[in-house]
Design a binder for this molecule. Structure first.
Ligand code: HEM
Length: 399
């Protein structure tokens, strides 16, 4: 007879002083599945990750997340209601199809030189400055600038654009009414600003990414709001993910001098491994949540429809069945699966992986070559949390 959800172990209370990894690995010792404090059935091992994202028995959480935060209207609600990430089935396929073609690897590869120049410019401006806030000076501006440039934001407006992006993103989490109001205002700004950029590209196509995308959606099935939401969605999906990933990877490199030395010795050779390992060792995505649509048997457990489920990235990426010596940061490891789990799976697998890797690789190459003496100041950066996008702490380096 299969077990029922009420029989599952609960994830114990957090013990002060544990890292997020230690905390979840301790919970995993009680079995492959457990119930978290929000009622999500959580899976720990890597082997369950893809099954938890399988759209034959699960679906993406749509606007329910907004309702749970008490949000039923406004700019953030409109965005969430129209963007591909929070949709399912045919609606999702309609929204994703044209953008997937726009984000094909080849088109992204053409952006590498531009990204490299941006990284070098950011790093060059900081050399000799002494103590530098890595988040505010490199990791934050880079992703917002890269996508901003893709959308046609002029360079002079970038700092202001980036500020609105990071402020708006906060509204995707549970936040205070004050932060919610600020984030809503910033989302309204982004929708308006990006809407204007789309209009400009309609009037004067330039052969760039937005023109390419508009060629594919104009006169098609998407509403104007859906077209706009997919463009703003790029900024939202591609900014604090890449910011956190770059910060955590650099922080771990600086805490592991032998690994940092290896990268500096031959950046071209080691950079791809450094990016994959940074994304594995301290993933910026804590978990991926879904809702079940039908009854399903898994690990001797019967999970009914309408159950909230979550696949834990933190534990899956340290699963000893996949990774040798998983608690060891090693940029030369050769046991990364062909598809890196941090970019998800199933129909929602990340569309921006190629771009994210280009940004992370070019940023690491720029610091390794141009700032080889870079060193930690004070505490290393930490990613915190177990939910969707983990929060990154302050991070200072000496350049
Ligand atoms: C290190 C950086 C990144 C990581 C770790 C990451 C991870 C992910 C994950 C796990 C998902 C799936 C979420 C789910 O299934 O619920 C996702 C979706 C998505 N990502 Fe990324 N991402 C990164 C960067 C980017 C970038 C740079 C872009 C584009 C500019 C991007 C665009 C998207 C889009 C559009 C989706 C929605 C796909 C869909 O719903 O079909 N991401 N990402």
């Amino acid at each position: 007879m299969s077990l029922r959800i009420k029989d599952l172990p609960r994830i114990p209370d957090y013990v002060q002083g544990m890292t997020d990894h230690q905390y979840l690995q301790a919970a995993w010792k009680n079995g492959p599945l457990a119930l978290d404090r929000y009622g999500f059935v959580t899976a720990f091992p890597a082997r369950l990750m893809q099954e938890f994202m399988d759209d034959r028995w699960t679906r993406q959480i749509e606007t329910e997340g907004m309702y749970a935060s008490g949000v039923t209207s406004g700019p953030m609600y409109d965005f969430v209601g129209n963007v591909m990430l929070f949709s399912n089935g045919d609606v999702h396929r309609r929204r994703r199809g044209p953008l997937a073609r726009t984000f094909a690897r080849k088109l992204m590869a053409d952006l590498r030189d531009d990204v490299a120049v941006r990284c070098e410019r950011l790093v060059a401006s900081l050399i000799g400055q002494g103590e530098v806030d890595f988040l505010a000076s490199i990791a934050g501006p880079l992703p917002a600038e890269v996508i901003g440039a893709m959308l046609g934001v002029p360079d002079a407006d970038m700092p202001d654009f980036a500020r609105h992006v990071y402020s708006a993103i906060r509204g995707l989490s549970l936040v205070s009414p004050e932060v919610r109001a600020e984030s809503d205002a910033d989302m309204a700004y982004l929708l308006d600003r990006v809407g204007g950029l789309i209009e400009t590209r309609r009037e004067t196509p330039d052969g760039g990414i937005v023109s390419y995308y508009l060629d594919r959606v104009t006169g098609g099935e998407l509403s104007e709001m859906e077209i706009l939401a997919q463009m703003v969605g790029l900024v939202v999906a591609g900014s604090d993910t890449t910011r956190g990933a770059l910060t955590a990877t650099v922080s771990h490199l600086l805490q592991n001098p032998a690994q940092w030395a290896l990268l500096k010795e031959d950046p071209e050779k080691w950079v791809s491994g450094a990016v994959s390992e940074g994304l594995r060792f301290d993933p910026v995505i804590g978990s991926i949540g879904r809702i079940t649509v039908e009854q399903h048997e898994i690990e001797g457990m019967s999970i009914p429809p309408d159950t909230l489920i979550s696949a834990s990235m933190l534990t899956a990426l340290r699963d000893p069945d996949i990774y040798a010596d998983p608690d060891h940061f090693d940029i030369s490891r050769d046991d990364h699966p062909r598809l890196h789990p941090v970019f998800g799976g199933g129909p929602h697998r990340c569309l921006g992986e190629a771009l994210a890797r280009i940004e992370l690789e070019e940023a690491l190459k720029a610091v390794a070559r141009m700032a080889p003496e870079m060193a930690l100041v004070g505490e290393p950066a930490r990613l915190r949390g177990y939910g969707a996008v983990r929060k990154v702490s302050a991070f200072k380096v000496r350049m």
